[in-house]
Every structure is written in C-alpha cells, then in structure tokens.
Design a binder for this molecule. Structure first.
Ligand code: NAP
Length: 347
C-alpha cells in the first residue's frame, strides 16, 4: 500500500501479513509514509526493549553487542516492528512528535509537533523504522536509535516529565502497569511476595504494596547485588535470595517466613521463563498470583495449578490501567530511595 488515507484507529490497514488481523498479531507491519490522517509520526531516539525480550536476544547473541545490534536491526527490518518472536514482547520508545495527521484525536490526546513523548503501547504493535542504531546500553535494555515510529489514533502516550531525566522516565514508564496494578490488588494487611523484586517493576511494585496499611512485603531475587540493595530499602520487610525456577525451594522459604500462611498476593516480575509454579506455590489458597512477566506461559500456570489441585486466582498482567504513568512516575517523586536507585541506574 502506497498511502494511508482512511481513518483507522486500530492500525489494521498497516498489517501486511496476514491480512485481517490486528497489528499485535501481525507477522509484518508496513512502516510506509506518509502517515494516515489519524496517525501520529514520531522521530524516535531511544527504545526501552522489554526486559524479557532483551534478555532473550542478548542470550542468543552470547552477549556480543554487534550481534545484538544485528538481531534487532534484522527483526525490525523484517517485521516493521520490534516484536520478539520468542518472547512475544516489545518495549516502548521516547521521541519527538514530527507530524500529526489532521484527524488524530487531539481533543482527547492533546499533543503538538515538537512535544517530547513516551509511547505507552507496546513496540510489538507499533510500526517502527530504524535507520541506525547509535548505542546499545546492555545493563539497562536501552537502545538509542535514529528512526521513526507511527502511533495509531487508539495508541496511548505520555508527555515526558520536566522533572526527571528522559531515560529515567523511559525506564519507569515501560513497567508503569506493574505498580499501578499492585495498588489495585493489595488489600490492608496482605502479605505480598514480589518475584524478581530487585528489577525495575519489582522495586516500584514493592513500594506501592507497602503503602497499603499493614501490608508486609517480601522480595525475591536471584542476583546478589539486587539482594544487597533490596535489604537496605525501608519499604521491603523481608528479602529472599532464591532462584524462582526452583518452585519447591521458594515455597519452603515463604512457608518459613509466613509460618505456613503463605502470601495473599504474589507478583511475578521475573525476566526469565519457568517461574510460574514458584509464583503459584508461594500463594495461599484463594490468594492472587499476578503474572506481569512476559515470560509467563499460560499453559504452565493453568495446567500446573490444576495438576496440583491448587485454588489460586491466576491473573495476567495488563500493562495498562488508568493513570498508570502518573502512579509510576510519582513513586520517584515520593521516594528518595527509589529516585536515587533509578537515577544511578538509568540516567
Ligand atoms: P528487570 O528490571 O530486568 O527485572 C527482572 C528481575 O527478575 C531482575 O531483578 C532479575 O534478576 C530477576 N530474576 C531473573 N531471574 C530470576 C530468578 N531465576 N529468580 C528470581 N528472580 C530472577 O525487568 P523489568 O523491566 O522490571 O520487567 C519485569 C518483567 O515484566 C519482564 O518479564 C518484562 O518482560 C515484563 N513486562 C511486562 C509488561 C506487561 O505489560 N505485562 C510490561 C513491561 C515489562 P537479575 O538482576 O539477576 O537479572
């Protein structure tokens, strides 16, 4: 297709293959210009690659930065989007608004050319063209590029805040759904376990959980440095050093800490596969197992729980919930401890 004239809020006309599906399900998207009348064109500077995706790409490249670069370039060239076929996940971007289609819904989504924005929709459904990769930041999953992306009329985004470095905002906004959903899920007096608690979404979720009156927070992580950092945080009550792929060992540790009561809510924000059963076995009967992790296997969680006759409320981590961007960014304004960690790591 040479041009996009019609109104198409879901971006269906950009699907090249297979026809008739939505952009997230598509194998290939078109990144052709000019944009449609209801689209937004953004000059992109940085991508925050989803942690599970970056981890998988990095592993398959043996950690070699040139190979990582080539994998990302080939993937985006082939699919017209940064949609990792192994993890199914994407990430998000920051950039400058370059063009606004005359029918883009600016009354609902105020924006002007030159605004600095972060996308709040996944790169797994966002048309993306990379002209050049400038730098890959391996410890923070960030990729600086020259290129452009297209947002559909249904797409959501956030203007970048003035009071935080943009790369910090990028890191926070990528996982904004996790602390916002934690706020909804945790009730007074709950015991909350966060698996992968030392990472971006883990720290934000632990903080948000602890704000609930009487909540007790337990962080689980694999990395020794993360464990050390977690043990110094005022809003983390207990820290467990464990490999969440070993479900029984983690269950035993949670049993000991909770005197057999187990957790009311378990939030899984690990970035590796095979942590479903540790999440489920750490939960009390009738508790909530919340899978924010993109490495979650529906089959492993559902059939694993069924196979053991465990009555736990299994929930999929929706990356969106109302006000999630504000909730997540406000944590950095409220908590000097988290502000310091994110500034040191991501700015
Ligand atoms: P992150 O900063 O990389 O944190 C992941 C944490 O998991 C790290 O602290 C990591 O430790 C830990 N971990 C790794 N292996 C572990 C193991 N065997 N046992 C216990 N902990 C382990 O990731 P993030 O950016 O917060 O993202 C967390 C998850 O959310 C990822 O799966 C990501 O794909 C997903 N995500 C979901 C959505 C959504 O919409 N649902 C949106 C964004 C991200 P190390 O330091 O050792 O690696």
């Amino acid at each position: 297709m040479d041009s996009f004239k019609i109104i198409d809020p879901l971006g269906i006309q950009r699907v090249v293959q297979p026809k008739g599906v939505l952009p997230q399900q598509a194998e290939i998207l078109s990144t052709n210009l000019p944009i449609a009348e209801d689209e937004l064109l953004v000059e992109v500077e940085s991508l925050n690659v989803d942690s599970a995706s970056f981890h998988q790409i990095s592993e398959s490249a043996g950690g070699d930065v040139i190979k990582i670069q080539n994998i990302i370039l080939e993937l985006v060239e082939k699919r017209g989007k940064l949609h990792n076929p192994v993890t199914g996940s994407g990430g998000m971007f920051i950039g400058t608004v370059a063009q606004i289609g005359p029918k883009f819904p600016v009354q609902d989504k105020p924006v002007k050319v030159g605004d600095r924005i972060a996308s709040l929709v996944s790169l797994s459904l966002t048309p993306l063209n990379i002209k050049k990769i400038k730098q890959i930041h391996q410890t923070t999953d960030r990729v600086d590029i020259e290129g452009y992306a297209v947002l559909f009329a249904s797409g959501i985004f956030s203007k970048l805040p003035d009071d935080l470095p943009e790369t910090v905002a990028l890191a926070v906004l990528d996982v904004a759904g996790a602390p916002a959903q934690t706020q909804r899920l945790v009730k007074a007096g709950n015991v909350v376990v966060v698996i992968g608690g030392g990472g971006k979404s883990g720290i934000l979720s632990l903080y948000e959980a602890k704000k609930t009156p009487g909540a007790k927070t337990i962080a689980v992580d694999y990395d020794k440095e993360s464990i050390h950092r977690l043990s110094e945080l005022s809003f983390v009550d207990e820290v467990i050093h464990a490999d969440a792929r070993n479900a029984v060992a983690l269950m035993d540790k949670i049993w000991d800490l909770t005197k057999g009561k187990m957790a009311d809510v378990v939030i899984n924000v690990a970035n590796i596969p095979d942590t479903e059963m540790a999440t489920i076995l750490s939960c009390r009967v009738g508790g909530i197992a919340y899978f924010f992790s993109m490495t979650t296997s529906f089959q492993k969680a559902a059939l694993g729980a069924e196979g053991m006759g465990i009555d736990v409320d299994l929930r999929i981590g929706n990356g969106y919930c109302p006000s999630h961007a504000e909730i997540a960014l406000n944590i950095l304004r409220e908590s000097p401890e988290i502000n310091r960690i994110f500034m040191e790591t991501y700015s």
